[in-house]
Design a protein around this ligand. Structure first.
Ligand SMILES: Cc1cc2nc3c(=O)[nH]c(=O)nc-3n(C[C@H](O)[C@H](O)[C@H](O)COP(=O)(O)OP(=O)(O)OC[C@H]3O[C@@H](n4cnc5c(N)ncnc54)[C@H](O)[C@@H]3O)c2cc1C
Length: 277
C-alpha cells in the first residue's frame, strides 16, 4: 500500500480554523482550500490546468470541471414567464429569495455543475443513491486498481442511540494508531491477493472482488443546482456519515463560490430549517 498520506498536509486555512475537528472526531478539510492536482499518472490523465480542486479525506478530492449558468440564469429563467430579464441586483436577489422560500424549483435547474470526484467506494455507494444527476465512473474492469485506500486519522465508536451513526468514543492515541495499523494491514493483504490473482492471469473484473470498500474510485457527476441542493441538504445533515459529509461540504463550497445569491437563500431557508428538524 502506498504509505504517502498526502491529504494529511494541513492547509493554512485548517490551521487557522479551530472548528476543523467536529464532535464526531473526524478531521474536516477546509473547503475553501484550492490546491494543485496530485501528480499521479492517473490523475494527470484527468487534469485540467486551471481547475478548482478541494482535497477531501486522505487521498480524495472534488474538482469542479465545468459550470453552466449562475444566479442570473435562475433570475432570467424565472422572469421569462413575463418576458423580462434582470431588474437590478436588489430585485434579482429578492426574486431568488422568493423562489427558494416558496420552493419554486425549476429555475434552479438552469445552472449545472460538473464535478470530478475521487472518493472511497463506500462513499461512492452512498453518493450514487442520488438519482437525479449524471454519472460516469472509472472501470476497474478496464484499468487496474491502484494501491490507494482510505485510512481514517481517528477511529470512531458505534453510536448507541442512532444505530446508523458513530461518535467520537474514548480511544487513546495508542488505540487510534493500532486501529490505523489494522486497517492498513488488511488493505495490504487484500491488495497483495489482488496482485497475485492478476499475475495468475485472472481478469481484472474478477480479481477485484477481493478488494475492500475503502479503496478509492473516481467518477464524474453532473448536477443541476436544484439536485445539488438536495444532495447538500441530505449529505451535510447530522445523520449523514462523516466521510460523505466532507464531500458534501466541498460541493457546498463550490456552490457558494459560483452562485452566492442562491447559496445565501439556500442556507437561510433550507439548511437552517433542516438543522432545526
Ligand atoms: C442520512 C441518510 C441515511 C440513509 N440511509 C439509507 C439506508 O439505510 N438505506 C438506503 O437504501 N438508503 C439510505 N439513504 C439514501 C436515501 O434513502 C436516498 O436514496 C438518498 O438520500 C437520495 O435522496 P433523493 O431520493 O432525495 O435524491 P435523488 O434520487 O437525487 O432524487 C431527488 C428528488 O427527486 C425526486 N425523485 C427521484 N426519484 C423519484 C422517484 N422514483 N419517485 C418519486 N420522486 C422521485 C424526489 O423528490 C427526490 O427527493 C440514506 C440517506 C441519508 C441522507
Amino acid at each position: 500500500m502506498n504509505e504517502a498520506r498526502s491529504g494529511q498536509q494541513v492547509s493554512k486555512t485548517e490551521e487557522d480554523d479551530p472548528t476543523a475537528t467536529k464532535p464526531d472526531g473526524v478531521e474536516r478539510r477546509a473547503p475553501a482550500t484550492v490546491q494543485p492536482l496530485p501528480a499521479t499518472e492517473r490523475e494527470a490523465d484527468f487534469a485540467q490546468p486551471e481547475a478548482d480542486l478541494i482535497h477531501v479525506l486522505d487521498r480524495g478530492f472534488v474538482r469542479l470541471v465545468d459550470f453552466l449558468g449562475g444566479d442570473m440564469a435562475v433570475v432570467e429563467a424565472a422572469r421569462v414567464s413575463f418576458g423580462q430579464g434582470s431588474k437590478g441586483e436588489e430585485r434579482d436577489r429578492r426574486l431568488i429569495d422568493y423562489l427558494m422560500r416558496h420552493e419554486h424549483g425549476t429555475p434552479f435547474e438552469m445552472a449545472v455543475f460538473k464535478f470530478h470526484v475521487k472518493a472511497p467506494v463506500f462513499v461512492a455507494r452512498q453518493w450514487f443513491r442520488h438519482r437525479v444527476g449524471s454519472y460516469n465512473e472509472i472501470s476497474y474492469r478496464y484499468v487496474e486498481v491502484t494501491d490507494e485506500f482510505y485510512v481514517p486519522d481517528r477511529l470512531r465508536a458505534q453510536d448507541t442511540k442512532n444505530k446508523q451513526s458513530s461518535v467520537r468514543g474514548a480511544f487513546t492515541e495508542e488505540e487510534h494508531a493500532r486501529g490505523r495499523a489494522l486497517i492498513e494491514e488488511a488493505y495490504r493483504a487484500c491488495y497483495a491477493r489482488y496482485q497475485e490473482l492478476l499475475a495468475m492471469g485472472v481478469a481484472r473484473e474478477l480479481a477485484r472482488i477481493v478488494l475492500p470498500v475503502g479503496m478509492y474510485t473516481q467518477f464524474y457527476v453532473a448536477y443541476n443546482a436544484r439536485s445539488l441542493m438536495n444532495f447538500i441538504r441530505l449529505r451535510t445533515g447530522e445523520g449523514a456519515q462523516s466521510e460523505i459529509r466532507l464531500y458534501a461540504e466541498a460541493l457546498a463550497e463550490f456552490f457558494r463560490r459560483r452562485m452566492p445569491w442562491t447559496y445565501e437563500a439556500f442556507a437561510r431557508y433550507v439548511l437552517a430549517r433542516s438543522d432545526k428538524a
